[in-house]
Design a protein around this ligand. Structure first.
Ligand SMILES: NC(=O)c1ccc[n+]([C@@H]2O[C@H](COP(=O)([O-])OP(=O)(O)OC[C@H]3O[C@@H](n4cnc5c(N)ncnc54)[C@H](O)[C@@H]3O)[C@@H](O)[C@H]2O)c1
Length: 328
């Protein structure tokens, strides 16, 4: 069985769907702090999914999962991931993301489980020194969230060397879209991501969309980001598991498309998909937003055989399908 921590959340739930489609049995471990029991119920209809409500901050909770189930490998999504909140409450972030991950790794060692795929982030790179960002780019996070993820990456490196606990760290850029059958989608509260927020502005009673900064040194003045489709992202986790199962060494990969889209381009694509004129206010820049973040994804393509297929427009279409299903 595969243990998926954070499987009730946005990315974890899509990864569970991909695992089930590949015939894996899954145990979801989640404290439901930002995840949803409704998502777990949907996933249970799709295959052999067990759910354990528990918190990684409690070693006992996570140890009991390894006692109760025969776990072959772990895919670890569970984390808090709001950058702004992490600046205001670093204690919460280090406790949850670092201490929680340490408990997980120690429970794995205790039970002789030696393979893990970990959700890392482009935020571990900090302010880009060059674009596109490859895996050799220095990692200098500029907020506690990014620091917490980098700390876990370093712990994983040390555990790999000392205990042969092999890990694949996947550094996501901007994850976008929803399951193409609308079984799962992005469901954050508060929602801080661009596409769901633009789409929410199309609904009656929705807020005017606020665009932060149109004076960046980019082609239209708005920030450039690399939007990677959620189903393509989920596939990379399957490939990472296969890589570990085939004896692959501890490794780390960027997951992005190598294409940057500006906020204005995403906004226009949302208007095209929804066939609506979306109300927008141009606001001043937000602190801490780099002008451009784009991934060099060659390493994942070469070593994992990953081949992201979906376009930005497809991600927006599925996200819109999900938002419609959720709100109406
Ligand atoms: N969404 C993105 O664009 C993005 C980008 C880069 C990295 N990531 C990383 O991907 C992972 C998943 O992100 P997401 O957007 O799906 O977030 P999410 O909030 O939707 O999912 C996280 C899940 O983890 C659970 N969780 C958190 N702390 C826990 C704990 N201590 N014990 C048990 N369960 C716990 C939550 O209840 C939730 O179900 C995170 O690690 C995040 O840092 C996300």
């Amino acid at each position: 069985m595969i243990l998926v921590t954070g499987g009730a959340g946005y990315i974890g739930s899509h990864c569970v769907l991909a695992l089930l489609a590949k015939g894996f049995d899954v145990v979801i471990f989640d404290n439901l702090e930002t995840g949803h029991i409704e998502t777990v119920e949907t996933l249970k209809k799709e295959g052999n999914v067990q759910f354990v409500k528990g918190d990684l901050k409690n070693l006992k909770d996570i140890n009991s999962v390894f006692d109760d189930f025969q776990i072959d490998a772990v895919v670890h999504f569970a984390a808090l991931s709001l950058v702004g909140e992490s600046v205001k409450e670093p204690q919460k972030y280090y406790y949850n993301n670092v201490y929680g991950s340490l408990n997980l790794l120690n429970a794995m060692l205790e039970h002789n489980v030696k393979k893990i795929v970990f959700s890392s982030t482009a935020a571990t790179y900090g302010e880009p020194e060059y674009i596109p960002i490859d895996e050799k780019h220095p990692q200098n996070p500029i907020n506690p969230y990014g620091n917490s993820k980098l700390m876990v990456e370093k712990i994983m490196d040390d555990y790999s060397k000392a205990y042969d606990l092999r890990s694949v760290r996947l550094r996501y850029f901007n994850v976008a879209g929803a399951d193409s059958k609308a079984r799962a989608g992005e469901w954050h509260d508060p929602e801080t991501h661009l596409i769901p927020n633009v789409l929410k502005s199309t609904f009656s009673g929705g807020k005017t969309f606020e665009m932060y900064g149109d004076d960046y040194p980019t082609k239209d003045g708005t920030c450039v980001r690399d939007y990677i489709n959620i189903e393509d992202l989920a596939q990379a986790h399957i490939l990472a598991l296969e890589y570990l199962n085939n004896g692959g060494e501890t490794n780390y990969f960027n997951l992005g498309t190598k294409n940057g889209d500006t906020v204005k381009e995403v906004f226009s694509a949302c208007e095209k998909v929804t066939e609506k004129t979306i109300p927008v206010n141009i606001m001043p820049r937000r602190a801490g937003d780099p002008a451009s973040l784009v991934a060099d994804n060659s390493k994942a393509k070469e070593i994992l055989g990953w081949n992201p297929k979906h376009t930005l427009e497809e991600s927006i279409k599925t996200a819109y399908l999900w938002e419609n299903r959720f709100i109406n």
